[in-house]
Design a binder for this molecule. Structure first.
Ligand code: NAD
Length: 293
């Protein structure tokens, strides 16, 4: 049986590792959290006492960690030293493009193949195995990564060279953050102008203002399909995670001198929302702030 090491078994990694087990892989799991490890064990993973112990003897290593510094630390501090020649590395965390490229370059120098493979889709998609993976790396590394990622997702797309997966992820989420904020301010204004939200939805969802934020994730309770708005903005994609991605996006924009005024505005709005204590609610809750609530 092919052995995969999985490091970082939190909200996302826990479900993803369980799906690898379901697909028939032997999964050696490690997390700093005892609770996360116990849950992974329940899902059929084999508990490892450290990241390096999990990585020893694995033919592939998947990481799902909070940020770039954790990814750098785990690969440089533990994995590079113990991984067998030919081991494939897959980092699925959302991290900055520069660190992704740096870690992949270091892995390549040591003779390993590595992809950055961040995901679109939240905790429910991770558990259901319906994530979308945006993958950066060589064509050979992508082909090797594909079957493993397919066991955890519904779509696996090659975005180009190392770091391009992260670039695609932050560009997509910057667009999403800006579109959601624009959708919310528009619904708030429409209502003040006397338009019923359902009527405005019926018109705009088949007109040029239509977007995913409107028709798949409508921020107005009771309008459009069922979304976190219908559950007091609980669940879904947290404000704090949207803010994290917007910060990564605007920082990346600076490194290539890209003008992103809409991204900068979305970041500022989500920062205000997070600072007001709303970091744990779904990101469509920004409509309440824009309504002046
Ligand atoms: P999380 O905080 O729930 O999980 C991260 C896990 O990593 C924790 O269990 C933590 O103990 C573990 N960890 C940290 N440092 C470690 C180390 N050195 N060794 C071993 N384990 C370590 O976070 P999450 O929600 O699962 O998100 C993981 C990544 O996925 C993040 O980069 C996030 O931005 C991204 N992401 C999250 C979502 C979401 O909806 N939660 C969606 C898309 C992408």
């Amino acid at each position: 049986m092919t052995r995969i090491a999985f490091i970082g078994l939190g909200n996302m990694g826990g479900g993803m590792a369980a799906n690898l087990v379901k697909a028939g892989y032997e999964v050696a799991a490690f997390d700093l959290s005892e609770a996360a490890l116990a849950k992974a064990e329940e899902a059929g993973c084999v508990r490892a006492p450290s990241a390096s112990a999990a990585a020893t003897g694995a033919s592939a290593i998947v990481t799902m960690l909070p940020a770039g510094k954790h990814v750098e630390m785990v690969y440089s501090g533990e994995i590079f030293d113990v991984a067998s020649p030919g081991t494939l590395f897959l980092d699925c965390s959302t991290i900055d493009v520069a660190t992704a490229r740096k870690v992949i370059a270091a892995a390549t120098e040591k003779g390993f193949e590595m992809v950055d493979a961040p995901v679109s889709g939240g905790i429910a998609a991770a558990a259901a195995g319906t994530l979308t993976f945006m993958v950066g790396g060589t064509a050979e590394a992508f082909e090797r990564a594909k079957p493993i990622l397919s066991a955890m997702g519904k779509a696996v797309i090659h975005a180009g060279d190392a770091g391009n997966g992260q670039a695609a992820k932050i560009c997509n989420n910057m667009l999403l953050g800006a579109t959601m904020a624009a959708t919310c301010e528009t619904f708030a204004m429409a209502q003040k102008l006397g338009l019923d939200p359902q009527t405005f939805y019926d018109i705009s969802s088949v007109s040029s203002g239509q977007s995913w934020s409107m028709t798949s994730y409508c921020p107005v309770p009771g309008v459009g399909p069922k979304t976190p708005a219908d559950n007091d903005y609980q669940g879904g994609f947290a404000v704090a995670l949207m803010l994290k991605d917007l910060k990564l996006a605007t920082q990346a924009a600076q490194t290539v001198d890209a003008s992103v005024p809409m991204g900068n505005t979305a970041e500022a709005l989500y920062q205000i929302l997070a600072s007001a204590g709303e970091g744990g609610r779904d990101f469509s809750v920004i409509i309440e702030m824009l309504r002046g609530k």
